[in-house]
Design a protein around this ligand. Structure first.
Ligand SMILES: O=P(O)(O)O[C@H]1O[C@H](CO)[C@@H](O)[C@H]1O
Ligand code: HPA
Length: 301
């Protein structure tokens, strides 16, 4: 955690330096950022005029350590819209501070991004969900945040956002509606739901008792990411859409024999990435038509 003494390793100046470096490396000026979850890096494939930058070459950037997270920024165009994809995200369990985990979000903001689409692989807790379904994230539970593992802990830099940001509308209602309309138009409505995502720190998958607790708390799916990125995105005035791919059903029953593992998560993600990609392409083409109000920044579009 950052304190005044142990000042932030991702200060405004660090963010500016990284942003300026990236802007000098590319002519792309993205308005939309897409964070690719586990096994979902191929969401970037459809982009045209692509330019890749490896994380290890970007000043101040962390590097990816998890299989299924390639570790590249991919700039490109989708339906004429300038986008940047994170092929690989960072997780708390990798040993990164939440400030490092969310560092790219602030870089996107400083680069001029207005909308962020955060994707992930998650375990289904809601009994109606099947493996391969998509959940449009309606809300989240920041479980590590309750224990003080929160990306906004420490001195607040007003250049990014306010001290006490509102989170009751972290996932834009208008963007969620657009995403749901698109899934209906594409004929996907039978396997698309809205729901609440709960973040756990990981890296272990849940015990059965923990999974039952998360379900009682109102979680429809569980994963080890997304919430820090969304919190920082909302703090700095970005519009947020969250899409979760249900890669496994979480065991809630001691008699269930199946055991979840990361390889299975990656396999399902890769199998269903095409469907998610179709939703994303149409969403990117149309999201500028939707006006949203960010309550932290009433004048932001
Ligand atoms: O949330 P993403 O990055 O999609 O990854 C999910 O998949 C991994 C577990 O298989 C965990 O990292 C979990 O959070
Ligand atoms: O079941 C899960 N639990 C936590 N994280 C996950 N990421 C994919 N599936 C899961």
């Amino acid at each position: 955690m950052h304190t005044k003494e142990n000042s932030c390793c991702c200060s405004f100046d660090d963010c500016k330096l990284t942003t300026e470096w990236l802007l000098s490396m590319t002519r792309h000026r993205p308005k939309i950022a897409i964070v690719c979850g586990s096994g979902l890096g191929l969401l970037a494939e459809t982009a045209s005029n692509k330019q890749d930058v490896r994380y290890e070459d970007i000043p101040n950037f962390p590097v990816s350590t998890v299989p299924g997270h390639e570790g590249r920024l991919v700039f490109g165009h989708i339906k004429g819209k300038s986008c940047v994809f994170m092929q690989g995200r960072f997780h708390l369990y990798e040993g990164y501070s939440l400030c490092k985990v969310t560092f790219p979000v602030r870089i996107f903001k400083l680069m001029g991004v207005e909308t962020i689409i955060v994707t992930n692989a998650s375990g289904g807790l809601c009994q109606d969900f099947k493996v391969g379904d998509i959940m449009v994230i309606k809300d989240h539970i920041n479980l590590p945040g309750f224990a003080g593992q929160h990306p906004l802990c420490g001195p607040n830099d007003e250049r990014f956002g306010i001290r006490f940001p509102c989170m009751s509308d972290a996932y834009s209602k208008a963007l969620r509606k657009l995403a749901l309309d698109i899934t209906t138009e594409l004929g996907y409505s039978n396997f698309v739901h809205e729901g609440v995502y709960c973040m756990v720190s990981g890296p272990n998958f849940e015990t059965i008792a923990e999974a039952r607790m998360l379900q009682i708390l109102g979680s429809d799916s569980v994963g080890m990411s997304t919430v820090p990125e969304v919190t920082v995105a909302k703090h700095c005035g970005l519009r947020v859409l969250g899409l979760s791919l249900i890669t496994n059903k979480v065991s809630l029953d001691y008699s269930r024999e199946e055991k979840v593992n990361h390889e299975e998560v990656l396999q399902i993600s890769k199998m269903r990435a095409e469907m998610l990609k179709n939703v994303l392409i149409t969403f990117i083409a149309r999201c500028h038509q939707v006006e949203t109000i960010n309550t932290n920044y009433p004048n932001a579009v």
